[in-house]
Design a protein around this ligand. Structure first.
Ligand code: LER
Ligand code: MN
Length: 273
């Protein structure tokens, strides 16, 4: 039986999102390799800016896998949103997600639907906004059959659309596509779920990716989430994918990588089973 793997989210240095590593890509990859991480999750604006062959060579030379592709910068920087009241924006968002899917499917990794679902805007009720998200998700899942999409419940301070695992499971059911999975983020779960381990058990085999951050969104080990218990629950449901650290880089990148590794690595060893 395989074991879970560790990754870190890396974004461009200009990214307007704080819970990521913002270093030149090659420097970040070289540090991840040195600390023994298994993969990197890339947060990108335009996925077409990365040539597949170059990405493959880069990953190979640093012995890293592509853990997932994160899309949220497209919402933060460009306002792309599946639930925008403007059909032109919705069209651009679907197109952008399909460009992500094209890159992701070559690396057997998933495309994250986090902030890019948007939030309900003036003139659109929450229910209609949810309908638009379901429509957009159905379209991308149908159009990119060989790609995997990862729907992430986000805490109430970031969006009013899909905050909990229960809500996300309902959306999965409505969309009814077998290439749509859940992405669980311990930072959001710590705010929204009653008992995180129960929600993990409920999500079960639908979990396609996991973001790890501590209660304060610092690196695991720097807050008060019980990662032993979280990883125990993930193990129970047979999760074998990535734990991708999406964290605020404080006090330093080295301290973050060290804390992620020291906190999580011992919990992943199969001897603990
Ligand atoms: C945003 O808070 C987040 O967790 C990202 O993964 C969503 O795109
Ligand atoms: Mn996340």
């Amino acid at each position: 039986m395989g074991s879970m793997k560790l990754a870190v989210v890396v974004a461009p240095p200009t990214a307007a999102f704080e819970a990521v590593v913002r270093e030149p890509l090659l420097e970040a990859l070289s540090l991840l390799r040195d600390y023994g991480f298994n993969g990197v999750e890339l947060s990108l604006l335009d996925p077409r800016s990365l040539k597949k062959t170059e990405l493959a060579e880069m990953l190979e030379s640093y012995s890293l896998e592509l853990a997932a592709l994160s899309t949220g910068l497209n919402y933060i920087h460009y306002g792309l949103s599946l639930s925008s009241p403007d059909p032109v924006v919705r069209r651009k968002t679907v197109t952008r997600l399909l460009e992500f899917a094209d890159l992701a499917s070559d690396f057997d990794s998933g495309v994250i639907i986090g902030l890019i679902r948007g939030r309900s805007e003036r003139g659109v009720s929450r229910d209609s906004a949810i309908r638009l998200v379901v429509e957009g998700l159905s379209e991308v899942c149908r159009s990119a059959r060989d790609a995997r999409f990862l729907l992430e419940p986000l805490n109430r301070y970031e969006t009013d659309l899909i905050n909990t695992v229960d809500e996300a499971l309902n959306i999965l059911e409505e969309v009814g596509a077998d290439n749509l999975y859940l992405l669980l983020d311990t930072f959001h779960m710590n705010i929204e779920e009653a008992i995180m381990e129960d929600s993990i058990r409920k999500a079960g085999r639908r979990i396609g990716h996991v973001h790890v951050a501590d209660s304060n969104r610092l690196a695991p080990g720097m807050g008060h989430i019980d990662f032993k218990s979280i990883i125990g629950a993930l193990r129970e449901v047979g999760y074998e994918g990535f734990l991708s650290a999406e964290v605020i880089v404080k006090p330093s990148l080295e301290a973050v990588l060290d804390s992620v590794k020291r906190t999580l690595k011992p919990l992943l060893a199969s001897s603990l089973k």
